[in-house]
Design a protein around this ligand. Structure first.
Ligand code: NAD
Ligand code: ZN
Length: 267
């Protein structure tokens, strides 16, 4: 006896979910993808949660990161330059990661006019490398720097770092830090406003590779649902939002999103 469903049946259920997802996307006006670390798992970037997650294998992080930066930004910059990352495994994977078929499927959906926006919690820049245009990075981008006062952003490469901490060349008053949002740091206002406005317009949200426990991101699907929109989850494991979803694709995003694109192209 086996606890697993026979392969055939599992395949059929998955196929039905993919069909249904394509139908819903095709019937919607403003589709937004809310993306989490799971989308980049197939690019070799470890997630935080889940069986192979960094926090599952190691320990939960120090939630005072941002407080430390505010207390002593010069020290923070010095540590950053010594590359004293507590997540060396993540940092190394990020250096070499390339987009996977899931990222390219989202790019295709945008090009086809079927996906209006991506709200990503990922900092890995892989959406941009894949060619997606309309992307809001709610937790920042590891290849950029940002002024904490005016939110101006610059590519990390080429930014002068002779004086630490660097001052904003734009507003002249703010300190410049990495764009990645630290634990305890407020989400930059411009990114948050865009997410709220996208969620208001959205009538179908794809929840891709997110454990849906990090706020405010996990709240957007709830808002979409309560204003009459539909939710589609793409995740090999259940999340607290699963029960709100019209369609659940219980499989890796890189394997299934390209099939959704195929269905939509054929329709
Ligand atoms: P998370 O680590 O909390 O959860 C990952 C989710 O992805 C889990 O629900 C897991 O079941 C699912 N998953 C795993 N493999 C998948 C696959 N192949 N296809 C689809 N889903 C898959 O991630 P989170 O919800 O994004 O929250 C963690 C925070 O950590 C984020 O806010 C992000 O800023 C940061 N982070 C970013 C990266 C990155 O940039 N790639 C990586 C790790 C963590
Ligand atoms: Zn500034």
């Amino acid at each position: 006896m086996t606890l697993r469903e026979p392969e055939g049946e599992l395949g059929e259920a998955l196929e039905r979910a993919i069909d249904e997802a394509a139908r819903l996307i095709g019937a919607s006006r403003h589709v937004v993808a809310l993306v989490g670390a799971g989308l980049s798992a197939e690019s070799g970037v470890p997630t935080f949660r889940g069986p192979e997650g960094l926090w599952t294998k190691h320990r939960e992080p120090d939630l005072r990161d941002y407080e430390r930066f505010v207390e002593d930004p010069k020290r923070w910059w010095e540590l950053r330059q010594e590359r004293a990352s507590r997540f060396a495994e993540l940092a190394q994977a990020l250096e070499t990661a390339v987009p996977n078929p899931g990222h390219f499927a989202l790019r295709d959906l945008e090009e086809m006019g079927r996906l209006q926006h991506i709200i990503t919690q990922n900092i890995d820049n892989l959406h941009q490398i894949a060619g997606s245009q309309a992307v809001t990075e709610i937790h920042g981008n590891r290849t950029k720097l940002r002024c904490v006062v005016c939110n101006h952003r610059w590519p990390l490469e080429g930014f002068p770092l002779d004086e630490l901490p660097p001052k904003c060349p734009d507003c002249k008053s703010g300190i410049v830090k990495g764009d990645t949002v630290m634990f305890g740091e407020p989400i930059p206002r411009d990114a948050l406003d865009e997410c709220i406005s996208q969620s208001r317009m959205c009538d179908c949200m794809l929840l891709i590779g997110t454990s849906a426990v990090v706020y405010p991101a996990a709240g957007f699907p709830v808002d979409v649902k309560s204003s009459g929109g539909t939710l589609i989850e793409v995740n090999p494991t259940p999340t607290p939002l699963t029960e709100l979803c019209e369609v659940v694709i219980r499989a890796p995003a890189g394997e299934t999103l390209p099939l959704v694109v195929q269905k939509l192209r054929a329709s």
